[in-house]
Design a protein around this ligand. Structure first.
Ligand code: ADP
Ligand code: MG
Ligand code: MG
Length: 211
C-alpha cells in the first residue's frame, strides 16, 4: 500500500483494534509496576479517535491531517502520563510529513519526530524503562533499513521489529521515570506497559503498510 492518508487511517484503525485486543494485557502490565490504567486509558483514547474518523464528512486529505486528529483526541481523552506523551508524539509526527505520500525517508522523519516529541515531553533517556526504550531502537532500525534502500513498508517492518526488541529489553531494567520509578529496584522483572503499547502501535503501522 502507498503510505498516503488512507494508509494513515488504516494505521489508526488497526492501532485501535490491537489496543482493544491487548487492553487487559496492558492493564495487567501497568498493575505490576504502575496504577493499572494504561490499557483502559489507551483503549478509551483510540475508541474516541475512531469515532472522530467515522464522523468526518470527507476522508482526511493527508497523513498529517490524520495524525493531528489522533494527537488532539488522545490529548483530550487519555490523561495520565501516556496521553500527553502520545499526543505530543502524534503532533510532532503530523508536522513531519507534508508530502501526500511517504517514501522511506518520510517514514524515518515521521518516526524520528514522534520519538522527539516523547523525549521533549517526558525527558526520559534510553534505559529509563519507558516507551522511549521501544521508540529508540525502532527509529534506529528504520534509519538502517532506509539507508540500505528498503522500501517504506520494509522500513516500517524494521521499526516494528526494533520496537519489539526494545520493549522486551525493558524487562530487566529498573525504572527511573514515571510511576514505575516509585518502585525502585522492584520495577525490575516487568515489561514496561508504554513500551508494549508503542510496539503494538508500530506493528499496526507496518501491517497497514503491508496490506
Ligand atoms: P500513568 O503512569 O500516569 O498512569 P499510563 O499508565 O497511561 O500513565 O502510562 C504509563 C507509561 O507511560 C509507562 O509505562 C511509560 O512507558 C510511559 N512513561 C511514563 N513516564 C514517562 C516519561 N517521562 N517519558 C516517557 N515515557 C513515560
Ligand atoms: Mg498507569
Ligand atoms: Mg494513571
Amino acid at each position: 500500500m502507498t503510505l498516503d492518508a488512507a494508509w494513515a487511517v488504516d494505521w489508526v484503525r488497526r492501532s485501535a483494534a490491537t489496543v482493544a485486543e491487548h487492553r487487559d494485557e496492558l492493564v495487567e502490565l501497568d498493575r505490576q509496576i504502575g496504577d493499572g490504567d494504561h490499557g483502559e486509558n489507551l483503549d478509551r483514547g483510540f475508541r474516541a479517535v475512531v469515532a472522530k474518523l467515522d464522523g468526518l464528512d470527507a476522508p482526511p486529505a493527508s497523513v498529517g491531517d490524520v495524525l493531528r486528529l489522533v494527537a488532539t483526541t488522545l490529548m483530550s481523552t487519555v490523561g495520565g502520563a501516556a496521553g500527553p506523551l502520545y499526543g505530543t508524539a502524534y503532533l510532532r509526527a503530523s508536522k513531519s510529513g507534508a508530502a501526500t505520500e511517504l517514501g522511506a525517508d518520510g517514514v524515518v522523519a515521521l518516526l524520528e519526530a514522534a520519538l522527539d516529541g516523547i523525549v521533549t515531553r517526558g525527558r526520559a533517556n534510553a534505559g529509563d524503562k519507558t516507551m522511549v526504550d521501544a521508540w529508540t531502537p525502532a527509529v534506529a532500525a528504520a534509519v538502517e533499513a532506509a539507508d540500505h534502500g528498503a522500501p517504506p513498508s520494509a522500513v516500517l517492518a524494521a521499526a516494528a521489529r526494533g520496537a519489539h526488541e526494545g520493549a522486551v529489553a525493558t524487562v530487566p531494567l529498573v525504572a527511573s521515570k514515571g510511576r514505575a520509578s516509585y518502585l525502585g529496584e522492584r520495577s525490575a522483572g516487568h515489561l514496561d506497559p508504554g513500551a508494549r503499547s508503542s510496539e503494538l502501535i508500530l506493528v499496526a503501522a507496518a501491517e497497514a503498510a503491508a496490506a
